[in-house]
Design a protein around this ligand. Sequence first.
Ligand code: GAL
Length: 662
Amino acid sequence: MRQWPDDRIAFGGDYNPEQWPREVWDEDVRLMADAGVSFVTLGVFSWSWLEPTKGEYEFGWLDEVMDLMHRHGIAVDLATATATPPPWLSAAYPEILPVDREGRTLWPGSRQAWCPSSPLYRDFALALTDRMAARYHDHPALAMWHISNEYACHNLPCYCDTCAATFRRWLERRYTTTDALNHAWGTAFWSQRYSDWDDVLPPRLSTTFNNPTHVLDYSRFGSDTLLDFFLAEKEVIRRHSPDVRVTTNFMTMSTFRLLDYHDWAPHQDVVSTDHYVVDALEHPRAELSFHGDLTRGLAGGAPWILMEHSTSAVNWQPVNPAKLPGDTLLDSLTHVARGADTLGFFQWRQSRSGSEKFHSALVPHAGEDSDRFREVCELGAVAGRLGELVGSRVEADVAILWDFEAQWAVAGPCMPSAALDYATAAHAVHRLLRDRGVTCDVVHPDADLSRYRVVVVPTLYIVSDDAASAVAAAAEAGAQVLVTYFSGISDPDDHVRLGGYPGAFRELLGVRVEELFPLRVGEQVALEGGGSGTVWSEDARTLDAEVLHTYADGPLAGRPAATRRPVGEGAAWYLGTLPDDDTLGALVEQVVAAGGVAPAAEAPAGVEVVRRSSADGSWLFVLNHTDTDTTLTVAGHDLVSGRDVGPSTTVAARTAAVIREA
Ligand code: GAL
C-alpha cells in the first residue's frame, strides 16, 4: 500500500484551487510549507470543473495541481469528485433529483442533489471515477482515494419512485415473503397487511404516524443503498489502483444520524471522519471527545483520520462564533488524544464567494498576517513534533455500547417521549467519566466485550438476543455492567419483549419494570438522600437486586431508581432515570471502582487526560480546558512545548501538553 505521510501527525485539509487564479497556487504552496501542511484533499466538489459538459473533460488544471503538490512533497488524498453533479447532468436528467417526504423535489443549486438509488446518477459517477482512477493511479502525489464526500449529507432519505422500487427489492432480499414482511412490520395494526410487494411505498408523509418498523427499515435501506454505491466506486478504483488506500469521510458527530457506520467501517482501508464543534450543545467539547472514541471504535481501535474540522467559526449554525485563543489547539489535540493520526481541516484557503465564504479556513480572509494563520503554523509545528506517537493506540477498560439502529428506533414515530434522545445517557456517562480521567471505547453491541472491566449499556432500546447474551456473559465473567433506562425494550424488528421491561436485561438486572414514566421537558423527580432525575423514570420493582437510589417524590416515590445485582464474577447495575451530574458522577465512580479501572492520571475536572501507548512508549495527553493553570505529577518530555518536564508538570490554562512519559 502507498504510504500516507506518517513522520508527523499528517496535517492539512481540503484544497480547492479551482476557486482561485493560478498565481494564488504559488502562494498556497509557500504558505503550506510555512504551516507544515503534509497532505491536501483535492477535487471533492470539482466535477463541473473536470467535466464541464457531458463527455468533455478538462483534467489539465488538476494535473498541474497534482504535479505542484508532488514537487512540494505534499501528499494528495484525491476525491472521486462524485459528491455533487454538474448542472448539465441534472438539467438533462432531472429524474436523478432527490424527493423529500412531502413529495417535493430538491433542486440543484446547492450541493449533493442526487437520489441515492438513481442508477443513472451512479452510472455517471462511476464513469467519472473510472476516468479519475485511470488518469491518476500512478501519480506520485497520490496517497489516498477519497470517495464522494460525507455520504447521506443533504440527500438522505429520498422518497422518490426510484427509491420506492429499490426499497421493494431490498425488502424482498431481507424478508423473502410478504408474510415475513407483515410479521416484522406488525401490519395487523391499522390494516396495513401487504399481499404484493408492489404496494409497498417509502414511508412518505401520511395522515398520521408511519409504521415504526417501516420507518426503521427505511433508515436501514438508505444506509445500505449508499454503502452499495460506495462499494461500486471502490471497485472501480481498485481495478486501476490496487495499492492506494481508499476511504470516505464519515460524519460521526452526534448531530448526524443517517448512516450505520458499523456496517460501513469494515469497508474502509482507513476510517476517516469529519467533526465540527456544535455551539448549541450543552457540552460541545465533551461531545467532541465522545465522537473521537466512537470513531476509534469504528476503526476497531486503530488510528483514524480526522478529515475535516475547523480552525474557527463554521457558517451553518444560526450564529457562528469564532473560536477563542487556545480552542483550535485543544480541539485538534483532543482528536489526536482519542486516536486520530491525521488532522485535516475544511478548508485550506477561506473562499471569497459562495456559500462557505464565512466558514473559517487555514488561511483566513485576513491572509498570512493574522493571528489565526500564526496559530495554524504553530499547530502545524506541534503536529510535526507528535510524529513519534503515530500508530500508537488508546487504551480503555470501559466500553460504552452504541448502536445506530437503536438510535434510529428511539427517534422513530410515536414513542413514549419525543423528547428522549438516544445519545443523552451515553454522552452523560462518557462526560462524567472523562471528567474523572477515565477513557471509554464506544463500540457496537456485537463487539468483543470480554476485554472490558466496565460495560455501559445506555438507552439500548432495540437489542438482539445475541447482544443481550453477550452483555450478560460479560457480567458473569467479571465486568461491571451498567444498563440505563429504556434499554432492552424491543427486538431488532422493534417488537416489544413481553413480560415486563427491560425484557432483554430483566433477569440480568434483577429488575422488572411495569410501566414507563417519561418526564416532561424540564421536569425533575427528587431522589431519596438528595439529588434528582430528569428525562425519564420507570416503575421498577426489584426481583433480586440491591436498591441504591429510590425516588423521593412523584408517582414513583419509594420505587427504585438505581440498583445493583451481583452476577457471577461481576455485577449488573440498573439506572432508571438520568440523575444530576453529582449523583450520576458518584454512581459511575462506584461502578468503575468496582471494576478496578484507574484514571489515566489524577487531574481536576475540566482537565482532560488520555493515554496513548505503543511498544515504543506511552504519551499522556493533558488538555486543560479550564481558565486556571493545573499541575500534575508526571515526568517526561512535552512534545507541545518541546521541553523536558517533571517530577510534576504545570499545564497553563486553556492549553495542552503531550508528555512522552519517562
Ligand atoms: C462538511 C463538508 C465540507 C464543508 C464543511 C463545512 O460537511 O464536507 O465540504 O461544507 O462541512 O463545515
